[in-house]
Ligand binder design. Structure first.
Ligand SMILES: Cc1ncc(COP(=O)(O)O)c(C=O)c1O
Length: 380
């Protein structure tokens, strides 16, 4: 379809994948050959092995999504009712749902005003004698100060789980996101940099934890046997999904490169406007920038909700920064305490939006969104 001036109309999407013939070839091969005997898990095992090795981890378990990967590792670590797990106020609910599945208590902690992740101080403020684990989220690809968090949690005997769902391609002091904590998880949801439609990965170094999670992933049975030693989960992946993941993974630099290009493109186009905060990249971090996020400085007097609705009126998509979880109906009754104890999360969330970052975005798309932000701020 072309416009009246002969140009192609703009199709600006929040998120979406970049699929090439390479993906089609591997998926077709899995469809044709990936069902019988040794071949039935060929792509799953190859994807797991290559993904683990790339992230310098010993073991990987592919799962139906990242939410189940997190649930699996919480169960594998033996988190049960009566235990507490610390997690950030601002993240997607999939980061924390597994805590409730295990009937443990979710304890929210405040985020940092610059990188929007947990800090050693905010974790320390949330620790009690019941704290068993902390889920640290690399929000929007940003990295927390991992050295300080690791030191604190090691000294207090608390297991760290890295939720790297949004951090494919990010690095902290040269170490890839996915290498922090006793285990890390990734999401391959349709909206992620690397996608399998739905999908997730759990990375682990400890052999005993891996064996436990592997058993729990398939109804509590050893592979190839029909002897269930306990009632567990059915969180198995399948070959076609993994073939898509493997093909995408082998293009990781291209996919992450495009996300960084979008981030740079927004910063270049809006760089002359002061008091705008984008995903940071301090000297010790390389940011995979799953999504370019924009937090309006207080001088703009702009709120998240006004920005999203005014951009929508301009036919430009944008999404709110993650709401503080304690403010959601799912955690009814916790908002007053959350707001009082986690002021940074409530403040940043109220001023932040996510910009469109689909992998099919073009220069024209970036121009249009940047022009919309300028109009919004009276800087057109
Ligand atoms: C930070 C974070 N954690 C967990 C999840 C859950 O991932 P999934 O949708 O694959 O279950 C998501 C994403 O959607 C996420 O962004």
């Amino acid at each position: 379809m072309t416009g009246s001036d002969g140009s192609t109309p703009l199709d600006i999407q929040m998120a979406g994948p970049w699929i090439t013939e390479h993906e089609e070839t591997l998926v077709l091969d899995a469809l044709r050959h990936g069902w019988y005997g040794e071949g039935a898990y060929h792509y799953v095992e190859t994807f797991e092995a290559e993904f683990a090795s790339h992230h310098d981890r010993k073991y990987a378990l592919m799962t139906p999504n990242c939410t189940t990967a997190l649930h699996l590792v919480l169960a594998g670590l033996g988190i049960v009712e009566g235990d507490e797990v610390i997690a950030p106020e601002c993240t997607w609910i999939g980061s924390v749902a597994g805590i409730t599945y295990q009937r443990a208590a979710t304890v929210f902690a405040d985020i940092d005003p610059v990188h929007w992740c947990l800090t050693a101080e905010t974790i320390a403020a949330a620790i009690t004698p019941r704290t068993k684990a902390v889920i640290v989220v690399d929000l929007y690809g940003n990295m927390p100060d991992w050295d300080e968090i690791a030191e604190l949690c090691a000294s207090r005997g608390i297991a760290v789980i890295e939720d790297a769902a949004e951090a494919l391609g990010s690095r902290y002091r040269g170490v890839r996101a996915g290498k922090f904590g006793v285990a890390s998880v990734f999401s391959f949801h349709r909206t992620k940099t690397l996608t399998t439609g739905e999908g997730g990965m759990l990375l682990i170094d400890d052999g005993a934890l891996f064996a436990r999670c592997k058993l729990l992933r398939d109804h509590g049975r050893a592979p190839g046997t029909y002897l269930n030693t306990e009632v567990a989960f059915k969180y198995m992946p399948f070959n076609v999904q993994a073939a898509l993941g493997l093909a995408q993974f082998r293009r990781i630099d291209e996919l992450v490169g495009k996300k960084r290009w979008l981030w740079q493109g927004y910063r270049d186009r809006l760089g002359d406007i002061s008091d705008l905060q984008f995903n940071p990249e301090p000297d010790n971090v390389h940011n995979g920038v799953w999504n370019t996020t924009l937090v309006f400085g207080e001088t703009h007097g702009m709120t998240r909700d006004r920005a999203v609705s005014e951009l929508a009126a301009m036919k430009l998509p944008a999404r709110p920064f993650f709401y503080p979880l304690s403010s959601l109906p799912a955690y009814a009754g916790r908002a007053a305490q959350g707001r009082a104890e986690h002021p940074v999360a409530y403040d940043v969330s109220a001023r932040g939006i996510n910009l469109p970052c689909a992998l099919n975005m073009t220069d024209r798309g970036l121009d249009a969104v940047a022009a919309g932000i300028r109009r919004l701020l009276g800087r057109a």
